[in-house]
Ligand binder design. Sequence first.
Ligand code: GLA
Length: 669
Amino acid sequence: MTEGLTRRLGGRLAFGGDYNPEQWDEAVWKEDDLLMRWAHVNLATVGVFSWALLEPEEGRYDFGWLDAHLDRLHAGGVAVDLATPTASPPPWFTLAHPDAMPVTDTGVRLTHGSRDTYCLAAPAYRQAALRVATALAQRYGDHPAVAMWHVHNEYATVCWCDHTADAFRRWLRERHGTLDAVNEAWGTAFWSQHYGTWEEILPPRATQWHRNPALALDFRRFWSDEALAAYREQRDAIRAHTAADRPVTTNLMLPGYQVLDLWSFGREVDVVGIDHYPDAPGAGAAADIAFGADRARSFGGGKPWLLVEQGANTVYTADRTLPKEPGDILRHSLAHIARGSDGAMFFQWRQSKAGAEIWHSAMVPHAGPDSRIFREVADTGAAVARLGEVAGSLVTAQAAVLHDSDCWWALDGQGLPSASLDYHGELRRAHRALWDAGITADFAHPEDGELSRYRLLIAPALPVLSDTAAESLRDWVHAGGTLLVQHFAGVVDTNHQARLGGYPAQALRTALGVRVEEFRPLAADAALRLSDGSTSTAWSESLRLTGQAEAVAAYTTGMLTGRPALTRHSYGAGTAWYASTRLDDAGYDALVARVSAAAGVGPELPLPAGVEAVRRHAPTGPVSWLFLLNHTDSPATVEAAGHDLLTGRPVPAAGLTLPPGGAAVLRQE
Ligand code: GLA
């Protein structure tokens, strides 16, 4: 539901960022007004961490300063995404409610001095958060500047305290009904873990050896639900005081964020909002943006979404923050918009001069507006301002990667047969293989009731599988779908209990025509060779073919020599492929290309290597917009005609040459 936002932005896409005027003085505010106009900023996220200023003492509010900023922004034509400040309780809160400070799994109680320090399950925190959110909504629900609401910031803190234990037990009663059912679901006959009363159940705190995996999985589900409940409380309080066309959302951190089940958040927010910071430079950044953007769109059921934060000059690698290269600010912004974002926002407008994030980049850097970064930001603002007509348009995909938080949480657990079972890595690799092939992909939940919109599904990591999901995948293949399932799939049910009689779950075995009998994880430095010339690492499985399944490649080294490694099974009108080992990247890309071709799924148009093409369609009618992004250092020629919104010029049938790092947005009928 970005319509209301777009309308309040005068039919334009959103462009702007987090704005923290409380860190500056009047002279700077005046400059901000000028520079925002210069950079075509039309939306500012205000108040994200302002709790201590808004409520200097418990129950006493000071809104005067915020009134002045909202009025000033409104007068300057900048709409506001008004945030509730609840991600950073003030110091008075800690002193008044020490029991609401989070406790780590090792029993350490944290305190203020940073941010995100609260226990979501503590009644005092929840009441205080709801109170300040309600006060804001009452005061600003009708303010003409407010175009959108931003609840909290990146729900991420996890707590193991006694309040959490109480809330966990309540959640377990809801989910399982009786204590007997909990004991049964968790298999507590193992290691003397039988629970005789509810009070004996604890969150998964530090303990001597591996935790019960079913308890650990339920705790992850519970905590995500607890965060969702906290979000909904604030959302509902805001909705009671503001017009329905001002969407309420929270910013979800992507891509490596696994505290929350983002599918359930996607159902509860009016617009999916994400924060995305690429984790690699160059093509790696482009692939990572596509990965984050396709997930954002999918969590919202395909609707337009919003990039709420990106860094102006920030590429976060494991141990350092790399700069962006010239042109990246525009190309990265367009890459998100291409995949369905109705705007491009940043953290933050002006780089802070004090505090823990003084080195985090911003639209206006410490150097001021006479800087490469600000010039690129302003150019990007001008470019985004030309794209208003794409607002509300949709991206469709024929391929999807199956994605389920339960699977991520399970592979994040203890006691697994190999440390190289990497959920996030496999999910990204599957998406990357499709992205490299130019194929636009969604993500889909295995229990998605409308899989029929896809021709190709890839399940790169699917250890937890319900009977319902296994049956729906089987039926989808039977009806004509092409499915690729990778190793260690369907090995446990939703209570983390092993599938008996051979893996994976029965219905998926039927579709795949395989029965896995034994896992054979590989040593860290070991590799296997396959009969198709590829190599594999990390994992292998001893399996038997059933039905009409055939071996596409066999193992040619090790104990499994001669046995099937990759299989294919024609089932009903569809085909199901199984990879029982982790192929090297070249072998994997070749397999994905082969399976995609068999499914009849390909790129938007033939493209030179390193050029990305994504299409957004008008919700009705024949108009679409083809986004072309050249991620290489050389010019690239693309045969596509239309009207380029970025240059305002027609592009003839012979096509166009994108400069190195260049982009085009072609309106096509
Ligand atoms: C996050 C937060 C912001 C800020 C930026 C810094 O995504 O939401 O408040 O900390 O990162 O990059």
